[in-house]
Design a protein around this ligand. Structure first.
Ligand code: NAI
Ligand code: MG
Length: 491
C-alpha cells in the first residue's frame, strides 16, 4: 500500500493489489500443555496421551488424553448419575437457564474460540469467527427456547428424555458439531458423553471451561478425547441409550451394525456428494460466488459441499471461464490471517486422500485447472482445484473427496439434470440456480437430498433441520425435528 503515498505521474493506483497480512493474535487463547478428560465436572488424569497439532505448520499444541474403555466407563457412569440425580427431572425452564448461560458465554468468549478453532483445525479465521462460533451460540439459544416448551412441540404425546447420549463428532466443524449435538440433548433432559475428533479436541476442551462458568451440574456433559477406539468404546457401552454420530459413511455403517438388536437409538449424519445445478437463466456472477462458497468453504471439508457442479450446456463456457478467473483471486494461506479464503487441510491423512483422488481424476482423463498459488512450506495445503471433462463414472464424480476440489459436468434439460444429480449413493444436499421459481420447486420436489438450497448455498440456521437420505444417514439435527431423537413418548 506504500505505493499509494508515493507521488506518481498517473492516477494513484497501487501497482500491486495483494493484501497485506492481517494476522489475528493468538495470545487471546491459553492452551494448557496437557489435558485430561472432563468427567463428572472434574479433570480425569489420562492413562495415555497423544499430541494435537496445528495443521498450518505442524506445531505441537498440547498433549491430550487418549480415552480408554475404563475412561469411557467412568464418563458414562458420571452421565448416568447426573441423569438420575436430578437433571432429567429438572423443570424445562431450569434447564433452559443453563443453556442460555452457555450461549451467552460462547458469545462472550467468541474470539477465543474462533482463534482456537482455526489454530487446531486449519479453517480460516473469518469462517470460525463469522460462521462456526456464532452458529454454535445460536444453536444453544435456539434449543434453550424449546426446553420448557416440549409439550407444545409434541402436543398430547408426553415427551420425556431418552437417557445418556453418546455423541461422536468430526473434525470439520468441531465446536459447531458439539453444539448441534449437546444443545438438543440437554434441552430434552438427557445427559451426554461427547467425543471430539482426534485431530481437533481443543475447542471441546475449552467448552468444558464454559460449562464450569455456567455452573452446569457435574456429569451432565462429559468429554472424553481420543480416536476411533475411544468412539467404539462409547458405542459399545451398555449404559448408553442413544448414539449420535457425524462422520464417514464407513464408520456410520459399522456403528449401525454394532447397534443392531441392542435397542439403542441411533442418528447418523454421514458423507455427501452434492449436486449444485446451474440453469442457463441463472445470474451467472452470483452463481459463481455460490459455487465457490459451495466447494471452497472450509477447504471443502464439508459433508454438504457442492462438489459436483452441473452446468447447462449453453452457458458452460462462460461459466467455467468466470469460475476459473474467480479461483485465481482466492487467497490460500495462514488460517489466522483475516484475509485468508482457503486455510490448511485438517490433517496429513486427509491431504493424502485428496491427493489420491485428484490423481485418479487426472488419470481417468479429466482436465485439471489450478490457479497459480504459492503455498506455505510447512503444514498441509492443497490448491483449489476444478476438474472439467468429467464423466459420471469417474471416481472424482462418485466419491466424497472432502477437499477443495470441484468436478464440473453438463446437462441439457431439467430431467437430465435431475437424473444425473440423483445418480449417487448419497443424498445430503443440493443447490439449484435459476430465475424461475416454478423450476426451483419442481427440482426441489424431485431431488433426493435432505436440504435443497435455491440461488444460495451452505446457508445454516438452527431452526432449519439438516440430515440425509440413503448413504448420507438418517435422523435430523436442528429445528423442531432435532428434538425428536432425544425424546421418548408415552403413547
Ligand atoms: P471418521 O468417520 O473416521 O471420524 C469421525 C469421528 O468418528 C471421529 O471422532 C472418530 O474418532 C470417530 N470414529 C472413528 N472410527 C470409529 C469407530 N469405529 N467407532 C466410533 N467412532 C469412530 O472420519 P475420518 O476418518 O476422520 O474421515 C474420513 C472421511 O470421512 C473424510 O475424508 C470424509 O470423506 C468423511 N467425513 C465426513 C464427515 C461429515 O461431516 N459427514 C466428517 C468427517 C469425515
Ligand atoms: Mg476414520
Amino acid at each position: 500500500m506504500s505505493e499509494l503515498e508515493r507521488k506518481q505521474d498517473g492516477a494513484p493506483v497501487p501497482a500491486d493489489w495483494t493484501y497485506a497480512s492481517a494476522p489475528e493474535s493468538r495470545d487471546i487463547v491459553q492452551i494448557a500443555e496437557r489435558y485430561g478428560h472432563f468427567v463428572g465436572g472434574e479433570w480425569l488424569e489420562p492413562t495415555e496421551t497423544y499430541e494435537t497439532i496445528a495443521p498450518r505448520d505442524e506445531e505441537p499444541l498440547a498433549a491430550v488424553g487418549h480415552g480408554t474403555e475404563a475412561d469411557v466407563g467412568k464418563a458414562v457412569a458420571a452421565a448416568r448419575a447426573a441423569y438420575a440425580d436430578g437433571w432429567s427431572s429438572l423443570p424445562g425452564s431450569e434447564r433452559a437457564k443453563y443453556l442460555f448461560r452457555i450461549a451467552r458465554l460462547l458469545q462472550e468468549r467468541a474470539r477465543e474460540f474462533a482463534v482456537l478453532e482455526s489454530l487446531n483445525g486449519g479453517k480460516p479465521i473469518k469462517e470460525s469467527r463469522d460462521v462456526d462460533v456464532p452458529l454454535a451460540a445460536a444453536h444453544f439459544f435456539y434449543y434453550a427456547g424449546w426446553a420448557d416448551k416440549l409439550e407444545y412441540a409434541f402436543p398430547n404425546r408426553r415427551p420425556r428424555p431418552v437417557g445418556v447420549a453418546g455423541q461422536i463428532i468430526p473434525w470439520n466443524f468441531p465446536l459447531l458439531m458439539l453444539a448441534w449435538k449437546v444443545a438438543p440433548a440437554l434441552a430434552c433432559g438427557n445427559t451426554v458423553v461427547l467425543k471430539p475428533a482426534e485431530t481437533t479436541p481443543l475447542s471441546a476442551l475449552l467448552f468444558a471451561d464454559v460449562l464450569r462458568q455456567a455452573e452446569l451440574p457435574p456429569g451432565v456433559v462429559n468429554i472424553v478425547t481420543g480416536d476411533g477406539r475411544t468412539g467404539a468404546a462409547i458405542v459399545e457401552s451398555e449404559d448408553v441409550d442413544k448414539i449420535a454420530f457425524t462422520g464417514s459413511t464407513e464408520v456410520g455403517k459399522e456403528i449401525q451394525r454394532r447397534l443392531a438388536g441392542t435397542g439403542k437409538r441411533l442418528t447418523l449424519e454421514l458423507g455427501g456428494k452434492a449436486a449444485n445445478i446451474v440453469f442457463d437463466d441463472a445470474a451467472l456472477d452470483q452463481a459463481v460466488e455460490g459455487i465457490v462458497n459451495g466447494i471452497y468453504f472450509n477447504q471443502g471439508h464439508v459433508c454438504c459441499a457442492g462438489s459436483r457442479l452441473f452446468v447447462q450446456e449453453s452457458i458452460y463456457e462462460p461459466l467455467v471461464a468466470k469460475l476459473e478467473r474467480r479461483l485465481s483471486t482466492l487467497r490460500v494461506g495462514d488460517p489466522l490471517d483475516k484475509n485468508t479464503d482457503v486455510g490448511a487441510i485438517n490433517s496429513a491423512a486427509q491431504l493424502e486422500k485428496i491427493r489420491e483422488l485428484v490423481a485418479s481424476g487426472v488419470e481417468e482423463g479429466a482436465r485439471i485447472y489450478q490457479p497459480p498459488c504459492v503455498l506455505p512450506e510447512k503444514g498441509y495445503w492443497f490448491v483449489p482445484t476444478v476438474f472439467t471433462n468429467v464423466a459420471q463414472s469417474y471416481r472424482i464424480a462418485q466419491e466424497e473427496i472432502f477437499g477443495p476440489v470441484l468436478s464440473v459436468l453438463t446437462f441439457r434439460t431439467p430431467e437430465e439434470a435431475l437424473e444425473k444429480a440423483n445418480n449417487t449413493p448419497y443424498g445430503l444436499s443440493a443447490g439449484v440456480w435459476t430465475e424461475k421459481g416454478s423450476r426451483i420447486l419442481w427440482m426441489a420436489q424431485r431431488l433426493r437430498a435432505g436440504v435443497v438450497w435455491a440461488n444460495t448455498y451452505n446457508r445454516f440456521d438452527p431452526s432449519s433441520p439438516f440430515g440425509g437420505y440413503k448413504e448420507s444417514g438418517f435422523g435430523r439435527e436442528g429445528g423442531l425435528h432435532g428434538l425428536g431423537p432425544y425424546l421418548e413418548f408415552d403413547e
